[in-house]
Design a binder for this molecule. Structure first.
Ligand code: DC
Length: 218
């Protein structure tokens, strides 16, 4: 049996930073499921598909073959065989992913790939529905959150470090909108699993959060 650590939480809570460090410490693979939803959104966006046309999104998503592989420990997302990592981290693609991830066909396709990965490997998997839907029997479940203000500030600093100019107010508004979309969709909404441990990282350091999660593992 593989060992599974599920980390869910809203946008910008620091899930990927934390999950990567936990995976490194445990020598597990890190599966960033948000990147898969982003790759699907990128595919639909590049093909000028209107995300509001549900039947069309359902049809087109079948043409997108999304797989992941690892290069020097980093997750590489392949979209129809092509590395699309460089296109995934924009706010535009993130917001689009939040929207297109509501589609049942999109979720079905990506969830089965995620389950399959976790059945073959020890994983730290992060997303919105990992503890509730993808890995309901995960050994450790964490719901990682932080206040919208703190999350917006972290995202602002991240973008500023890359030399990108941005408006912190707008980032906070986008974060609140995405939370609202992710928590209120019909299928697999973002919510804390009953057996998940809640960690509010608003006033915690990265090291403290990692240590806390490691202490939950047997
Ligand atoms: O974690 P992220 O910001 O990269 O995720 C982008 C969007 O993808 C997020 O707003 C909702 C969707 N998503 C999802 O529905 N389920 C997941 N397991 C991961 C992400």
């Amino acid at each position: 049996m593989s060992y599974q650590i599920a980390i869910d939480g809203p946008a910008g809570a620091g899930k990927s930073t934390i999950a990567k460090l936990v995976a490194k410490e445990k020598e597990f693979i890190y599966v960033d499921t948000g990147a898969m939803y982003r790759a699907m959104a990128y595919y639909l966006f590049s093909n000028h598909i209107d995300p509001k046309k549900e039947a069309l999104v359902a049809e087109k998503c079948m043409e997108a073959d999304i797989t992941i592989q690892y290069e020097e420990g980093e997750q590489v997302v392949l979209l129809n065989g092509k590395n699309v990592n460089a296109h995934l981290r924009t706010e535009e693609v993130g917001n689009m992913a939040s929207f297109t991830s509501k589609n049942p066909k999109v979720r079905e396709r990506l969830t089965s790939l995620q389950k399959e990965l976790a059945s073959r490997n020890n994983v730290v998997m992060d997303g919105r529905d990992i503890g509730t839907c993808v890995l309901p029997k995960a050994d450790v479940k964490v719901y990682l959150t932080a206040s919208p203000k703190v999350r917006a500030k972290r995202r602002f600093d991240e973008l500023a470090a890359k030399g990108e100019t941005c408006d912190i107010q707008k980032i906070e508004e986008d974060i609140i909108k995405r939370d609202e979309q992710d928590m209120n969709r019909e299928i697999a909404p973002l919510k804390q699993a009953e057996d998940a441990v809640l960690i509010d990282s608003s006033s915690m350091t990265i090291e403290e959060v990692v240590k806390k999660i490691l202490s939950l593992c047997r």
